[in-house]
Design a protein around this ligand. Structure first.
Ligand code: PGA
Length: 233
């Protein structure tokens, strides 16, 4: 099981360091892989504060070129130099607000993996896709551009469930995960309003290998509670 906390555009360096100090003092289950994904400016603090622990630090995005004239972007070698372990790519907020496409997501994933980063690649249908009966087609299309890699995991995040308090039913999540795995045989995380009180049920589904947690990862107690819910022991 992998539980990743996607902080989005929250927690500058000081807050990130305070969170990580508290997290490293918190008892977390040994059989759950725990990852935090701070904004770029807070990565260094997170890496330093969590040094010597099993908690991984991931970025939220990463460019497909190693360097170049790409104002505002950050590359995989730069993240590696900082001690960052992996990166999210293709989050629906990047697709929705920053013009990310299946092709750019695939390129970002490919380079990050080639440079030695672990990758969480996000896929998920919008509410309109689901209403139109196009969920399977969208998930297939978004997943098919990715290439299998032992350091790649996919996060299934139904866009209508992100930050809304609505979650896919455990059965819906399981079905979507099975479909994604039939296209690409990698672990699949569920994301979209995962909270301490619904985590155990969602994570109990056979095809759910962990969670990508947004809002509930911003507080140490609720994040730790979700990590505990992921532990079968
Ligand atoms: P949420 O976000 O848990 O706040 O719904 C999940 C995500 O966007 O990764």
């Amino acid at each position: 099981m992998l539980i990743a906390g996607n902080w989005k555009m929250f927690k500058g360096p000081a807050e990130a360091a305070a969170f990580c100090r508290e997290l490293r003092a918190t008892e977390l289950p040994a059989d759950v892989e725990v990852v935090v994904c701070p904004p770029f400016v807070s990565l260094s603090e997170a890496v330093q504060t969590l040094a010597g622990t099993e908690i991984g630090v991931f970025a939220q995005n990463c460019h497909w070129e190693r360097d170049g004239a790409f104002t505002g972007e950050v590359s995989a070698p730069m993240l590696r130099e900082l001690g960052v372990y992996g990166t999210i790519v293709g989050h629906s907020e990047r697709r929705q607000y920053f013009g990310e496409t299946d092709e750019t997501v695939a390129k970002r994933a490919r380079t990050a993996l080639a440079e030695g980063l672990h990758v969480i690649a996000c896929v998920g249908e919008t509410g309109a896709d689901r209403d139109a009966g196009e969920t399977s087609e969208v998930l297939r299309r978004q997943t098919a551009v990715l290439e299998h890699d032992e350091n790649l995991v996919v996060a299934y995040e139904p866009v209508w469930a992100i930050g809304t308090g609505k979650t896919a039913t455990p059965a819906m999540a399981d079905e979507a995960h099975e479909l994604i795995k039939s296209v690409l045989d990698v672990p699949v995380l569920y994301g979209g309003s995962v909270k301490p009180d619904n985590a155990a049920e969602l994570l109990g589904q056979g095809a759910v290998d962990g969670a990508l947690v947004g809002g509930a990862s911003l507080d140490v107690d609720s994040f730790a509670a979700i990590c505990l819910a992921a532990s079968p022991s």
